[in-house]
Design a protein. Structure first.
Length: 281
């Protein structure tokens, strides 16, 4: 009998296929989910999709049959409104049945509009009250160090989210504790609910701020899975790593890309059909 701390068998077989065809198919799934639920966040889900696909397809250690396996790598989606992308990937990896996906945001569904660990343990933490995920991830990374575990902790944040003060408290404290098992990823799509991040509260100079806090900082094109495969495993002894992923809000659908109005709006029937046709072509 497998114990919770033992290594699961055939763990690599659960990684999703991380290619262009899968990315298009999952975008179509996300659109159908949000359309069925009549609410959701397509813009931010599409901007972080390749990041989540690369983590679960190429980097994270996990066991879909045992989501609380002690040795697993941890993934925190701090920008909880992007959870349709995470749900699509988790279903692809076998954490729960794919037919759950079209129940997004519906009464009684385990797939709530923001991650809920009690309903879906693989989501690791209840997030969506923005600014809290990095603190949670830091606590997990500290626990790993204290328990002498070799798991990694990854946390995806939105660029609008990092205007929150709690993010900067964690940004200061993680280097103090030399958490080189912690990687924070900023989904830098330049958009938030009230407008562009530059208009609401400029983040510049973003990389320099985190470097000044003693993080190892790297930048990557956030939709380039080849680059992500190389960058995301980065680890520098004694320092947490920050990945600035340059992304496009609404990526993959021409009439959604870089349009702030698609931050949190479900497509209607006509828009869904148009978007699906675009993906199929």
């Amino acid at each position: 009998m497998q114990t919770q701390s033992s290594k699961p068998e055939n763990i690599s077989s659960q990684k999703l296929i991380n290619d262009d065809a899968t990315a298009k198919r999952l975008r179509a799934v996300i659109l159908k989910m949000i359309h069925a639920g009549k609410s959701g966040h397509p813009g931010g889900s599409f901007s972080c999709l390749e990041i989540i696909m690369t983590l679960f397809g190429d980097i994270l250690r996990f066991d879909a049959k045992n989501p609380e396996w002690d040795e697993r790598d941890r993934f925190i989606l701090s920008k909880g409104h992007g959870v349709p992308a995470l749900y699509a990937v988790l279903a692809e990896c076998g954490f729960f049945p794919k037919d759950w996906l079209l129940t997004l945001r519906q009464l009684g569904s385990p797939l709530q509009g923001h991650p809920d660990r009690l309903r879906i343990p693989a989501t690791e933490a209840a997030t969506g009250s923005l600014g809290q995920g990095l603190s949670i991830a830091q606590g997990m990374a500290m626990a790993g160090k204290m328990d002498k575990k070799d798991f990694r902790v990854y946390c995806v944040m939105g660029d609008g989210e990092i205007q929150e003060g709690q993010v900067w408290e964690a940004a200061m404290s993680a280097p103090k504790f030399k958490l080189d098992n912690l990687t924070a990823i900023i989904d830098f799509n330049h958009g938030q609910i009230d407008g562009t991040s530059d208009e609401v509260m400029s983040l510049d100079p973003l990389a320099d701020k985190w470097k000044a806090f003693n993080w190892n900082v790297v930048e990557v094109q956030g939709h380039d899975r080849k680059e992500l495969r190389k960058i995301l495993p980065t680890r520098v002894s004694g320092k947490p790593t920050l990945v600035i992923a340059h992304t496009i809000k609404g990526k993959g659908i021409s009439f959604m890309e870089k349009i702030i109005d698609w931050h949190g709006v479900a497509p209607n029937d006509e828009q869904l059909a148009k978007a699906l046709k675009e993906l199929e072509s």
